[in-house]
Each structure stands twice: as structure tokens, then as C-alpha cells.
Design a protein around this ligand. Structure first.
Ligand code: RP5
Length: 160
């Protein structure tokens, strides 16, 4: 059963998930994906998010663009960690970034970079790793692979 829920404000946000899905595949994990909007389907957001804790989810990624209220509204309805993913839909994504990152005190949203679904997923995986030794080992392996990839690129440029 997936332990990570992903909620996007619109199906027009779906392409942004591609990098995150690749990361998730590397870890052989899945997420439960919903398209729900803080503005257009407020009652459905409340209902879905209120049930996540009881259903055993560990983290929620909420992605939205423009006046991006969704992650804050999600965080208002659960004590699970909420990762906010600002999506570039207008104003280069700065509108969404500022809407998501500037949460008033008491209801935190852990915000990643604009369109950074890979980092959103990695943060959710790090939360899962707190309770799961296998996932934690895979995170170490992921970091090691990344380091080796960069060092290999460094070797290539130095060799010319
Ligand atoms: C936000 O408005 C969505 O998350 C999306 O990024 C943006 C535009 O949505 P659509 O008008 O394309 O459905 O709520």
C-alpha cells in the first residue's frame, strides 16, 4: 500500500510529476495520486485529507500553481507532514512559491523548489526512512550513486 499521497490542484500540473515519479521508481515505491483543488473542490479536499492519517499514510505532497492555497489547506486538515510543491503555471512560479512557503505560524508546509517534484519525493522518502531500515539504506545508495555520477563527470572534464 502506498504511504505517500500526492495531491495536485489540476491535471494541467501532471507533467511536473515526471521527475518525482522517476525517483519513486528507483526506490520501488508508489504514491496515491489525486487531482483536487482548494478552490474548485474544497469539500473533496477536506474529506480526502482528513482520512489520510487513519489510512496509514506517512506524508503528503501537495502541488499547485498560481495562488497556490492547496498545500496550506491540506496542512490545515492533517497533522501528517505536508510537502508543498510550487508549480510554474504563471509568473515563473514565484506566485506559487511565495503562497506555499509563507504559511502563517502553527500550520507548517515544508516547501521545495519550483517544479522540484524530485526533491518533494525524496523528502517524503526520507520521512518514510525514519521507520524503515530498507528505505533508509536505499537513500544512502541513492546519495552514493549521485556522488559517483558527479565525480565521473569531473574526471571526464579534467581529462578533456
Ligand atoms: C492551480 O491553478 C493549479 O494547481 C494549476 O497549477 C493552476 C491552473 O489550473 P488550470 O486552470 O490549468 O486547471 O489551482
Amino acid at each position: 500500500m502506498p504511504k505517500i499521497a500526492v495531491i495536485l490542484g489540476s491535471d494541467s500540473d501532471l507533467p511536473v510529476l515526471e521527475k518525482g515519479t522517476k525517483v519513486l521508481d528507483t526506490f520501488s515505491l508508489e504514491y496515491e495520486l489525486r487531482i483536487l483543488s482548494a478552490h474548485r473542490t474544497p469539500a473533496a479536499v477536506t474529506e480526502y485529507v482528513s482520512e489520510l492519517e487513519g489510512r496509514g499514510f506517512a506524508a503528503v505532497i501537495a502541488g499547485a500553481g498560481k495562488a497556490a492555497h492547496l498545500p496550506g489547506v491540506v496542512a490545515a486538515h492533517t497533522v501528517l507532514p505536508v510537502i508543498g510543491l510550487p508549480i510554474r503555471a504563471s509568473l515563473d512560479g514565484l506566485d506559487a512559491l511565495l503562497s506555499i512557503v509563507q504559511m502563517p505560524g502553527g500550520i507548517p508546509v515544508a516547501t521545495v523548489g519550483i517544479n522540484a517534484s524530485d526533491n518533494a519525493v525524496l523528502l517524503a522518502i526520507a520521512i518514510l526512512a525514519l521507520q524503515d531500515e530498507d528505505i533508509r539504506q536505499k537513500l544512502h545508495d541513492f546519495r552514493k550513486d549521485m556522488t559517483e555520477t558527479v565525480l565521473e563527470k569531473d574526471r571526464k572534464v579534467r581529462e578533456g
